[in-house]
Ligand binder design. Structure first.
Ligand SMILES: C[S@@+](CC[C@H](N)C(=O)[O-])C[C@H]1O[C@@H](n2cnc3c(N)ncnc32)[C@H](O)[C@@H]1O
Length: 216
């Protein structure tokens, strides 16, 4: 298993500025991707209040953050291990005069000292599949005391394991320490239940599972 530091450097290498720019152009042209849109659809079932804060873990270019602010949320905090994505998110915030309502933190969400960070909503869109240890990430997300947690991650099973195997090989060829991970959906769900949440919404958009949990 990679150490978390190796993994994080790998994320910065893989999700570089060029990838971020490409994804941002697509976002400007077509809006959020299909999986991100499903998270937005699930979150649209809640009333977002003017004092609400979103913590967007591994938020990339920030599509969920920009949506949340458009719904009158107070502010957003993006935490990402990619300096390229962070650069694009900061530029977008600056261009749209959103800098006073959005903050980007650089680093590994599981390792940063975020004890003072509190949010009503936490999103992890295609993020726990970047993590060897999803438990520490979800525990840390819960420590921010959200009422709602939305996440997307790949469906597990033989096919996913085979695809992951090719992914790992591809990363090796690219020379990055980053690896994708497939976590068992039942384990993810049981952990969140143990941490005091219940599953409220679920969608499948092959190969992704999109879930929203609410505090019990
Ligand atoms: C597959 S991308 C998804 C980006 C965005 N959520 C989306 O759906 O377009 C995974 C994101 O998680 C970030 N990430 C991976 N490992 C991370 C870590 N240890 N801490 C914080 N962010 C991380 C990556 O930098 C990347 O932005």
């Amino acid at each position: 298993m990679n150490s978390i530091q190796e993994h994080c450097c790998g994320a910065d290498q893989l999700f570089d500025l060029k990838t971020a720019q490409k994804q941002y152009r697509k976002y400007i042209k077509k809006g959020p991707g299909r999986v991100t849109q499903k998270i937005i659809d699930q979150l649209s079932n809640f009333s977002i209040h003017q004092e609400d804060v979103l913590i967007d873990v591994g938020g990339g270019i920030g599509a969920l953050q920009w949506w949340f602010l458009s719904q009158n949320g107070k502010n957003t905090v993006g935490v990402d291990a990619s300096s390229g994505y962070q650069k694009i998110a900061n530029k977008h915030a600056l261009d749209l005069n959103l800098s006073d309502r959005s903050t980007q933190l650089f680093g590994d969400f599981a390792c940063l000292d975020l004890s003072a960070l509190k949010g009503n909503y936490v999103t992890l869109d295609k993020v726990i599949c970047c993590y060897p240890d999803f438990k520490s990430v979800l525990q840390k997300a819960v420590n921010t005391q959200p009422e709602v947690i939305s996440l997307s991650y790949p469906l597990h099973g033989y096919l996913a394991s085979i695809i992951r195997g090719f992914g790992v090989l591809f990363m090796k060829i690219l020379g990055t320490s980053f690896k994708p991970y497939v976590h068992n959906g039942k384990h993810v769900q049981l952990l969140l239940i143990d941490l005091g949440y219940q599953l409220k919404y679920q969608d499948i958009l092959f190969p992704w599972r999109i879930q929203t949990f609410v505090k019990m």
